[in-house]
Design a protein around this ligand. Sequence first.
Ligand code: VL7
Length: 138
Amino acid sequence: APPDFSGTWNMVSNENFDRYMQSLGIDMITRNLAKLIKPQKIIEQNGDSFVIRTLSSLRNYRVQFTLGEEFDEDTKGLDNRKCKTLVTLDNGRLVCVQKGEKKNRGWIHWINGDDLHLELTCEDQVCKQLYRRVQENH
Ligand code: VL7
């Protein structure tokens, strides 16, 4: 069975984020602020449908999609570009391709225990982020 990505996840590490942001053309002031924050991911998964919210004191970002259905993504508040975006499941990994002005753009999520991995790619830069599951209070 494929994993259930649903839940609340807090960032624990963030590798090569500055160069990833540089590849997206983010200005230095914004990059230096963005490097200081540890975002939270809130993922709601219902079968093939997903909502992923990335929350932080600096920006919030929300994306909604259905697996296998290409959609128009506007990365508003991030690098403000339009992409044709497709997300699929591949061996339990959530694989996103963002077609647009930037070459080789996308991201991959996978779960290992209470760890949520995220690899963000743009051009020749790969940013590796790790999030950990926030325990629910029953
Ligand atoms: C979204 C940031 C740099 C602008 C602010 C940084 C604050 C918090 O797309 C993403 O995640 C996917 C997979 O989970 C779902 O949308 C990553 C963060 C990338 C790029 C742009 C710096 C300004 C970021 C919202």
